[in-house]
Design a protein around this ligand. Structure first.
Ligand SMILES: [Zn+2]
Length: 192
């Protein structure tokens, strides 16, 4: 199983890119610390936070403290802490706005929903079951794809660095997340 995330209010951009990479990443703006910690634990999500106190709370279960303010570094911190191995094949499978998995949309059904030029020139469409947005490959996606490739490569590099957290039973391999040692339900926390 791939890890699922609960991202705190300070890390909205990171949450968006996690979704673009295909990760299930809920983003909470309104919840206080207790509610966030409880929700992460209840939903079996890794809490991703910039709040040192919150990351330390036992009630949060598994948590990763992010120190950097810069997206690339935040991503490298997270990828390294959880040994994430994102795959481009999973990218762009989720709505970046509401985190739902996109569903295929028949070309005929897309017709009234997209501009005529887009309908005439694109074959494949997908729709978000949450907000109803329709997605298709567009020229601006080249920039996004480039960034996604950079993030995938950054994760590979981050995981290649020696790390104190190695061998602690966390790891994402091809085909999904699996604990390297130990079973499911194991709680791993990153010390600040
Ligand atoms: Zn949506």
């Amino acid at each position: 199983m791939r890890p699922r995330f609960l991202v705190d209010a300070m890390l909205g951009t990171l949450a968006t890119w996690l979704r673009l990479l295909g990760y299930d990443a809920r983003y909470c703006r309104a919840l206080d610390d207790d509610a966030l910690a409880g929700r992460a634990r209840r939903e079996g999500r890794v809490l991703v936070t910039r709040d040192r106190e919150l990351a330390r709370r036992r009630a949060a279960g598994r948590a990763v403290l992010i120190r950097s303010q810069d997206l690339s570094r935040q991503w490298a911190e997270l990828a390294r802490a959880l040994r994430l191995r994102p795959r481009l094949g999973r990218a762009l499978s989720r709505c970046a706005v509401c985190n739902r998995e996109l569903e295929p949309l028949a070309r005929a059904a897309a017709r009234p929903l997209v501009p005529p030029y887009v309908h005439a020139t694109r074959r494949r469409f997908r729709r978000c079951p949450g907000c109803g947005r329709v997605f298709w490959r567009a020229t601006h996606m080249r920039g996004i794809s480039r960034r996604l490739r950079t993030l995938v490569e950054a994760a590979r590099r981050a995981n290649a660095l020696p790390s104190a957290s190695r061998g602690r039973g966390r790891g994402e391999r091809k085909g999904g997340l699996r604990a390297r040692t130990g079973g499911r339900g194991r709680r791993a926390r990153r010390s600040p």
